[in-house]
Ligand binder design. Structure first.
Ligand SMILES: Nc1ncnc2c1ncn2[C@@H]1O[C@H](COP(=O)(O)OP(=O)(O)O)[C@@H](O)[C@H]1O
Ligand SMILES: [Mg+2]
Length: 433
């Protein structure tokens, strides 16, 4: 095996500060081709892997300046906001390599109206819907609806812009709150009213260079705060991977009717899409349908998926950015399952305190259990919370229940005041067994 000199290795910059970005940093660190890792702004966990630089994820010009000055070979964008703001356009203008779609491509996530109209135009299966920008018309339409139904703000709303309504009165309240009270600001100028779909929800992420698609393993996440998928929506309380809800036959169907038409449609729209396409799918009685697309890796799905990936992630990113993903590119995966359980601050997703001391953090992770950080800060060897979601604890084993046992085993060793976590990650598939 040839050992690459440090000077020949690639410098990478990871933008973002959550568990997803920590997982990406952790995985890239394993690549022999990667030298220095910079994280902007990063978190406590990422500070053990690379150098955290104090530039926020939406400071696009400052980030491009940093990448230029530090001879960054490749920048990877974690969250959606900088993509929606056009970070990729800015980097490309300055001939800096960056992983992610440009502003036009990011619309697939940043505007739900754009996304739904795209589905309609390219005959991609999705829930029937209508778009409104006038309150009275939206309310009028809701008189004719069957309930439950779904009301969605058009723009980015940090995962909170979707309201499931059980009656006409609830629909009216939701519409007024989004369009008149402007609960989600400008994101609620337009809304979508759509039919409620029943089924299991699955996340399907693929890498695409605008031509080929390379699927990651499927996963399922738990968005709600409390056990049994109840309570308010959060950024995600846990995920597991893979899910056997999607077998080979269904995967073919998803490729043929959803993923490939999407990539072809994007090309047709003259969108040069490079990065991750993340389909939020509902597996309904009449087949898989897309709820939405995200234009980046999911959180916490990524924390469950990347620990199973054996292929060099840096290579995959470079091939994507250079439009050299082969149609037959095969990812190699560890056998078995992984599960990520999120530990959150007391009160999350409502009000919570930060600066709480975290104990038990000197547990060294191993091949089968690791801790990926979301909201942490390190002061020497002392650890403190900085956010609502604090840690994602990942277990890996031959099956899901083994993976969960390992994750919950490691959680027992970590303590901070008010720590909350769900004890039922994976229940939607485990209960059937
Ligand atoms: N048509 C629908 N039928 C049933 N549930 C839905 C529907 N659309 C969205 N949801 C639920 O709402 C959640 C959020 O909706 P989504 O479109 O993914 O928006 P976002 O992630 O931007 O909040 C989904 O994960 C799903 O649980
Ligand atoms: Mg979603």
């Amino acid at each position: 095996m040839s050992v690459q000199k440090q000077s020949e290795k690639a410098n990478v910059l990871i933008i973002g500060s959550g568990g997803r970005e920590h997982a990406i940093a952790w995985k890239l660190k394993q690549s022999r081709k990667v030298g220095r890792i910079f994280c902007a702004p990063g978190n406590g966990g990422m500070s053990l892997i690379g150098k955290c630089v104090n530039i926020k994820a939406d400071k696009i010009r400052a980030l491009a300046d940093f990448a230029h000055r530090n001879k960054i070979t490749l920048t990877i964008v974690g969250p959606e906001q900088p993509l929606a703001l056009g970070i990729v356009d800015e980097f490309q203008r300055r001939k800096l390599k960056i992983f992610g779609p440009d502003r036009k491509g990011a619309q697939i996530e940043s505007s739900k109206v754009f996304c739904k109209q795209f589905f309609q135009k390219y005959h991609i299966p999705t829930a029937p819907f209508k778009v409104f920008d006038i309150v009275a018309e939206a309310i009028g339409f809701c008189k004719t609806l069957e309930y439950p139904a779904v009301i969605k703000a058009d723009g980015l709303a940090a995962g909170k812009g979707v309201i499931i309504v059980k009656s006409f009165d609830e629909a009216t309240d939701a519409i007024k709150s989004i369009m008149l009270k402007k609960t989600f600001g400008k994101a609620g100028k337009r809304i979508i009213v759509e039919s409620f779909l029943k089924g299991q929800e699955v996340s399907m992420m693929v890498l695409t260079d605008g031509k080929s698609i390379i699927p990651f393993l499927s996963s399922q996440d738990h968005k709600q705060a409390y056990e049994g998928d109840t309570g308010p929506n959060t950024g995600g309380m846990g995920a597991y991977c893979p899910t056997d809800l999607i077998d080979d036959k269904m995967m073919e169907e998803i490729k043929e009717h959803i993923l490939l038409p999407t990539v072809a449609g994007l090309r047709q729209e003259k969108i040069n899409y490079k990065g991750v396409l993340y389909a939020g799918l509902m597996l309904t009685e009449s087949g898989p349908k897309v709820l939405e697309y995200n234009c980046r890796f999911g959180d916490p799905e990524t924390q469950a998926i990347l620990p199973l990936l054996q292929t060099d992630l840096f290579d995959l990113f470079m091939k994507t950015v250079n439009k050299r993903l082969g149609a037959n590119e095969k990812l190699s995966w560890r056998n078995g399952s992984s599960a990520c359980v999120v530990m959150a601050s007391k009160g999350y997703p409502g009000k919570y305190s930060t600066g709480v001391r975290i104990n038990g953090m000197n547990e060294k992770g191993n091949q089968n259990a690791l801790v990926l950080h979301s909201g942490t800060r390190r002061d020497g060897d002392k650890w403190f919370t900085t956010g609502g979601r604090v840690l994602g604890v990942v277990g890996i084993d031959k099956d899901l229940s083994g993976a969960l046992t390992r994750a919950y085993g490691l959680i027992k060793k970590i303590r901070f005041d008010g720590a909350m976590f769900r004890r039922d990650i994976g229940f939607r598939v485990l209960k059937d067994k």
